[in-house]
Design a protein around this ligand. Sequence first.
Ligand SMILES: Nc1ncnc2c1ncn2[C@@H]1O[C@H](COP(=O)(O)OP(=O)(O)OP(=O)(O)O)[C@@H](O)[C@H]1O
Ligand SMILES: [Mg+2]
Length: 270
Amino acid sequence: MNTSKGLVIAISNQKGGVGKTTTAINLATALAACGEKVLVVDFDPQGNATTGLGVDKVNHSDNVYALLMGDCPAERAVHKTLVPGLDIIPSTVHLSGAEIELVPAFSREFKLRESLESIRSQYDYIFIDCPPSLGLLTVNALAAADKYLVPLQAEFFALEGISQLIKTVQLVKGRLNKNISCMGVLMTMVDGRNNLSRQVEDEVRSFFGAEVFNTVIPRNVRVSEAPSHGRPVILYDTFCAGSRAYMSLAAEVLRGPAHVSSTINQGVAA
Ligand SMILES: Nc1ncnc2c1ncn2[C@@H]1O[C@H](COP(=O)(O)OP(=O)(O)OP(=O)(O)O)[C@@H](O)[C@H]1O
Ligand SMILES: [Mg+2]
C-alpha cells in the first residue's frame, strides 16, 4: 500500500551536471511504471527535464514561470508526457528572471508551495528538478518539499559544496519548513571498474552512512543518449544498466524510509 500521498521531493545539489535532471526524469518514470501517479516540476530555466520528457518548452505558455507568477493555475500548467501516469509542469527560459522578479513579492519563498497546493493530492510523488544554484528558486523548492534527494557524482570533488547545501537546508528548516528531511543521497555516474569511483563511493558512504541509497547509478551511455530522443532511458532502452538501476532505486523509494536517520537529518535538526 502506498502511504506517501502527494509526497513532494526536491532533487537538489548546487553543483552542475551531477545527475539531478536525469534522476528526476528516470526515477519519476520508474515509479510511474510501478503504477504510481507522478508529477515532475521542471524548476530549472535550462528546461532539461522538459526536453528530456519529450515536451516542447517553447510552445507552452502554461509553464512553471506562469504558475509562479500567478498567471496560470496549476491545473493548466500540468502537461501529460508520453509515459502513462507521469505529468510535467514544463519550464521556460523566462524562469531565470523569476529570482529577481520575486524578490519584492509577499511570501516570495512560498510561491511554489502555494502554487502546487491545489494539485498535490492528485499525485503520489511530485519531484522538483532544481537548478544548479542555491538561490530563491531552490529555496522555493525546499520550502515546498517534504523530502530532498541529493545526487552526488562519483568523482573527486563529489563532496565539495555539500556543506553549503546542508546550510541552506538548515536555514529552510529553521525558518520556512520545519518538516523537511532527507530522502537519501544518490551516487550517480559510478564506474565500478574505476578505482577513484569506488574510493569516492566509500568516502560518501562513510560520511553519510545509511542515508546513501543502496542503489548506485552506473555511468551508462544509454542514459546520456536518451534525452536527445526526448525519452526517459527506461523507454529508450528498457534493459540497459541505467534503466535497471533507476528501477531498483524506485523499488527502494517504494519500500520506504529505512535510511533517513543520520548525518544530514541530524545536521538540519531545527
Ligand atoms: N548515469 C549516467 N551515465 C551517463 N551519463 C549520465 C548519467 N547521468 C547523467 N548523465 C549525463 O550527464 C550530464 C549531466 O546530467 P544531468 O543533466 O542529469 O545533471 P544535472 O545535475 O541536472 O545538471 P544541471 O546542474 O546542469 O541541471 C547529462 O549529459 C546526462 O545525460
Ligand atoms: Mg538539471
